[in-house]
Design a protein around this ligand. Structure first.
Ligand SMILES: [Fe+2]
Ligand SMILES: [Fe+2]
Length: 197
């Protein structure tokens, strides 16, 4: 047991480069690791979850969780729903993970101190009503996906990200995947608010 613990710590140290390695990430995912589709889902989203830019969302607040955690839950629940209801699971896993990949934090939190200050530049800035986060972040997230993960962009994933804030954003979701993401986002958000995640 001592040897195993030593090896585990050593492996984490070797893989540590300022962000989580796979072993540490799997520990972080313990809330869903016993779920039926966890391993298949993880293989699909692993490259994004392990990337430095996505891991910065650990420091973006979302209710009492992080954007990182919120997006993992939306991604997994959307993937699970897609398998059960004959929707494309890959599109749902990726769109769920990236639906809130907006570039700048909008809620202040102590954790942001660990990030470059440019990530906080929109906090406290006064905006007109339709320029507020709820109305703009879906498009900002999609543009950020084009910047960091263009290889994951396709018509259906893009639409699911762009329209996930329906009905606050009045553009109606176009594909099944878009409806799955907007629905699961709301279910997960309500459960987060209720302290169920
Ligand atoms: Fe959102
Ligand atoms: Fe969301």
């Amino acid at each position: 047991m001592i040897i195993f613990t030593f090896l585990f710590v050593l492996l984490n140290l070797i893989s540590y480069n300022g962000s989580m390695g796979e072993l540490e990430l799997r520990k972080y995912l313990k809330v869903i690791k016993n779920e039926k589709y966890y391993h298949d889902w993880f293989e699909l989203v692993k490259p994004i979850l392990l990337s430095d830019e996505f891991q910065k969302r650990i420091k973006f607040k979302h209710h009492h969780n992080s954007v990182f955690y919120h997006c993992i839950l939306v991604s997994y629940r959307s993937y699970e729903f897609a398998i059960k209801h004959n929707v494309n699971p890959y599109n749902c896993a990726i769109a769920g993970l990236l639906h809130d990949f907006y570039p700048y934090a909008w809620q202040d939190s102590k954790s942001l101190k660990g990030l470059d200050s440019s990530y906080s530049k929109k906090i406290g800035v006064k905006k007109k009503f339709f320029e507020k986060h709820g109305f703009t972040h879906a498009r900002e997230a999609l543009e950020n996906v084009y910047k960091y993960y263009p290889e994951y962009s396709n018509e259906r994933i893009d639409n699911a990200i762009l329209r996930h804030m329906f009905p606050l954003n009045i553009a109606v979701p176009k594909y099944k995947e878009s409806w799955v993401i907007t629905t699961q986002d709301k279910i997960v958000s309500v459960k987060e608010l209720l302290g169920m995640y």
